[in-house]
Design a protein around this ligand. Structure first.
Ligand SMILES: Cc1ncc(COP(=O)(O)O)c(C=O)c1O
Length: 369
């Protein structure tokens, strides 16, 4: 019996990567995005499974993540996608990771630090085609940065890339605008630097438009079997890899009017039994799920009642229950014929599946299924 555990189906991660690889075809590399501890699934184990499934590269956001992954997979081409402080830059380069660059001053710093470390830094020049976040908005400056890389003995131009703002919105025309803008930059970069890796697509873009595949795709959410469009993963042949499990620690009998939890936000309308589960928002079960979620026990859905506290949640088991202390409780995942998807939890919270799995706290061990 476990207090709370996130079980990770690494075979599902592997299959999801094979699925993504089949979608993009031989000519396009799959880069598995394992930032934020693999979207809460455990970065190292998921990286391994992703590589087994056909990913040939890995990407992270931060220098600390690059250090962890770079140490574990020194032979794999790793990209640090985020903005780096000078200290971060030193450690990202020391990890052997490629770095994202979009400003001339930062490119100079990369060259200087690479020289100091006695290495050649691999650079992915980022074009901001409309995300309005990281990247250079001027295609002329993007090409100038690419040339500066090619001209420096301490730099290697590895990639030219962008990121979509609305790939997950099927009706969005802005996606096509970004694709057009980036397409022109990609053509220019390829004409001058035939070896450069041109990349743009996240998971949603992979399923949405083959024109966005270019030389490499950077997939995160789909690697973990989460639906980039917030519906059903199976519609894209994806299998959720994470389940969040706990157990029933106690079963209590309630009389009409008895209340449960902080603020007494739920009261029994009739005789019933309440199950107590020993996990809460300290584990990432968000307080917004108070009186607003379901939990699986013995293959049936039960409503979460009362306020989610830091270490406990409570469920209404009904007047005649066979549920006993020790029974497994599933907050995300399958039990018997029933499944609660991260997408369902996200919809209840008014958020996205990414935030649900990233939000499962470090207090919950990640264990291979
Ligand atoms: C720059 C960049 N590329 C790729 C990804 C992966 O996106 P997704 O998880 O939607 O596949 C992310 C994730 O947010 C990102 O920030």
């Amino acid at each position: 019996m476990v207090r709370a555990v996130a079980r990770i189906d690494l075979a599902a991660v592997q299959r999801n990567c094979a699925r993504l690889k089949s979608e993009v075809g031989q000519g396009t590399e799959l880069c598995a995005v394992v930032k934020a501890d693999g979207y809460g699934h455990g970065a190292a184990a998921c990286a391994e499974a992703a590589l087994a499934g056909g990913a040939t590269r890995l990407a992270v956001a931060t220098a600390a993540e690059a250090e962890t992954i770079g140490r574990g997979y020194p032979h794999i081409d790793l990209l640090t996608m985020g903005a780096l402080t000078p200290e971060d830059l030193d450690s990202a380069l020391a990890s052997g990771a490629a770095v994202a660059v979009w400003k001339p001053g930062f490119l100079e710093l990369v060259a200087e630090r690479a020289r100091a470390q006695g290495r050649v830094a691999r650079v992915h020049v980022k074009y901001d085609s409309g995300m309005g976040r990281l990247g250079n908005r001027d295609p002329v400056e993007v090409m100038a940065l690419a040339r500066a890389c090619a001209d420096s003995q301490h730099l290697e131009l590895s990639g030219v890339w962008t990121h979509f703002a609305t790939a997950d919105e099927p009706e969005s025309e802005f996606f096509d605008e970004q694709l057009d803008r980036f397409g022109a930059v990609a053509d220019a970069a390829r004409a001058e630097f035939p070896e450069v890796t041109v990349h743009a697509a996240n998971s949603a873009a992979v399923f949405r438009d083959k024109r966005a595949h270019f030389d490499m795709v950077r997939c995160g959410v789909a690697v973990y079997g989460l639906d980039p469009f917030q519906e059903k993963p199976e519609e894209h042949g994806l299998q959720p890899a994470l389940s969040l499990r706990s157990h029933v620690a106690d079963v209590k009998h309630f009389e009409p009017g008895d209340s449960v939890g902080y603020g007494r936000t739920w009261r029994a309308g009739a005789k019933t039994s309440v199950g107590v589960l020993p996990l809460g928002y300290g584990d990432g079960v968000r307080r917004g799920l108070s009186n607003n979620a379901e939990v699986l026990v013995r293959g049936r859905r039960y409503p979460l009642v009362g306020t989610v506290s830091m270490d406990n949640v409570t469920i209404d088991l009904g007047p005649q229950t066979e549920v006993e202390p020790g029974d497994e409780a599933v907050l995300i995942g399958s039990q018997g014929e029933e499944t609660i998807l991260a997408e369902e939890v996200a919809a209840r919270l008014g958020t996205i599946n990414y935030e649900v799995t990233c939000g499962i706290s470090a207090r919950v061990p990640r264990v291979e299924k």
